[in-house]
Design a protein around this ligand. Structure first.
Ligand SMILES: [Zn+2]
Ligand SMILES: [Zn+2]
Length: 486
């Protein structure tokens, strides 16, 4: 970088006034309680590397210690619930009213997690009215996945440290670890720091935290039982199907966002990390299956951006906004979304390009004079087209128009004949011809004949930024002569 102080030559009256910078001390002046202070306020710049180096992980789980390393509360919930559901499946008759109610209640509690815990609280992707917040916090409790605050804290760490040891559901630890292992076995490391002070200030989050045990019993089992019991006299079905079996499905539906969504599908927006897009994941997770998009644009209220993709959570949030219960639905600028898509498309095209052979350029070939060309064409079948010398010996019998038309041009310039004089050859023919290049004719081609010297398949190429040349180098980059930096 230059050490010369840039001089301003622009008339100061024409320079756009820039807003004054916020003094860095402002944040410190706000009185914050311990609870309100962002957890990541004072972390070092090299936090991730520092933590991985200095914070000792728990010892690896082995045959000698595994029973001490289990999280028995999660283990109980995650084994007893499916056991109850299985017992019910074999001993209790499933009535159709209960079946419909169970599926409906699966979506109610599922949306509590996806539209509430995930998109509202963990990502702040829209604003919800107090009524909607209470509804989502209550419905979400029925999914029995921990309180909003605990859940969002882990999820924010997952986004911030994706695929690292500080990601609580690190997909590099394997499918089953990210699905359920991280809850059953005590994690070897604490999740990386993630701030949830905004949630500590949210009265609905605090209310749910306070009443969490009551809420999970009420919403997890009592309500689904009571609806089926009081509605059509099926108390047992309400307990086993709308309660236990439904809970089991909601659990694994959410877990799939951490496992399946990091394992199955495509990476249309970025392939730096494991998140992927797949319709199957979307179907089993109430629309959270477009996870590659979600990790790139986490504050977008959508997961699926195309109208036909399955994202009932997005439809729900949009519908709530139509009723005035949700507002400020965040959408990333389409320009940025499409840039991500383009980058990935170009990357794939580049791979295709690298798998193909292209004709040598003029500077990669020997330059041959007209006399030498004439001389050598007496020994082998050489033809000049578009300033290049081609060896057509092996091709003559393959020529769709017949051998004689090629043979009569040996030792001659067939440019005019090739480009329409005798036959207006296809782009494919031009591409193939270029593969027979053996030399460049001295003097080259006349200007304006690029379409005859550059084969169609080589007119548009995918190039990396460092192959394009002086792209980023600009001698005026540091001068700021227009005063644009204020
Ligand atoms: Zn993820
Ligand atoms: Zn997320």
């Amino acid at each position: 970088m230059s050490s010369v102080v840039p001089t301003r030559t622009t008339d100061p009256s024409k320079v756009h006034p820039s807003p004054p910078l916020t003094p860095p001390s402002t944040l410190k002046n706000i009185k914050m309680t311990k609870e309100e202070e962002p957890a990541d306020m004072n972390i070092p710049d090299n936090y991730v590397a520092w933590t991985l180096k200095n914070q000792k992980p728990l010892p690896p789980v082995s045959w000698n210690n595994w029973w001490k390393e289990l999280n028995y509360l999660s283990l109980s919930i995650l084994t007893i619930t499916p056991s109850i559901a299985l017992w019910g499946a074999f001993h209790v008759k499933l009535r159709w009213e209960t079946a419909i109610w169970s599926v409906f209640y699966y979506f109610v509690t599922g949306l509590g997690i996806t539209a509430g815990y995930h998109r509202l609280w963990a990502h702040r992707s829209y604003n919800a009215s107090k009524t909607l917040k209470y509804m989502l916090a209550t419905a979400g409790a029925g999914a029995v996945e921990g309180s909003i605050k605990w859940w969002s804290r882990g999820h924010r760490a997952h986004h911030r440290y994706t695929d690292t040891e500080l990601d609580p559901y690190n997909a590099h630890m394997g499918f089953w670890w990210s699905h359920i292992g991280w809850m059953i076995v005590k994690p070897r490391r604490k999740p990386g720091v993630a701030d949830v002070s905004d949630l500590s200030r949210d009265e609905v989050v605090r209310w749910q935290h306070r009443w969490y045990l009551h809420l999970i019993i009420g919403m997890g089992f009592l309500l689904p039982m009571a609806v089926a019991g009081l509605g059509w006299g099926d108390w047992a079905g309400g307990f086993f199907f709308a309660g236990a079996a439904r809970l089991c499905f909601v659990h694994h539906s959410t877990f799939c966002v951490n496992s399946l969504a990091h394992w199955l599908g495509e990476t249309p927006f970025d392939d730096k990390h494991t998140p992927r897009d797949h319709v199957i994941t979307a179907l089993v997770t109430v629309g959270e299956g477009y996870h590659n998009f979600h990790h790139q644009f986490p504050m977008d209220y959508r997961n699926a951006i195309k109208w036909y993709q399955y994202d009932p959570t997005k439809w729900f949030i949009w519908t709530m906004s139509q009723f005035g219960l949700a507002s400020h639905l965040k959408v990333f600028p389409d320009n940025e979304v499409r840039k991500g898509q383009l980058a990935m498309q170009l990357k794939r095209l580049r791979e295709t390009q690298e798998g193909l052979s292209f004709a040598p350029e003029g500077n990669e070939l020997p330059v041959i004079s007209w006399e030498s060309f004439r001389e050598q064409s007496a020994k082998r079948s050489l033809v000049v087209i578009g300033g290049f010398i081609h060896d057509v010996s092996a091709f003559m019998d393959e020529h769709p128009g017949g051998r004689h038309l090629v043979a009569k041009m040996v030792g001659k310039d067939a440019t005019t004949a090739f480009f329409g004089g005798v036959y207006d050859h296809s782009n494919a023919a031009h591409n193939w011809l270029s593969m027979m290049r053996v030399g460049a004719l001295h003097g080259g081609t006349q200007h304006g004949l690029d379409d005859k010297s550059v084969p169609p398949s080589q007119r548009l190429r995918i190039a990396r930024y460092n192959e394009i040349g002086s792209g980023n180098a600009s001698s005026t980059a540091w001068s700021d002569s227009e005063g644009l930096l204020g």
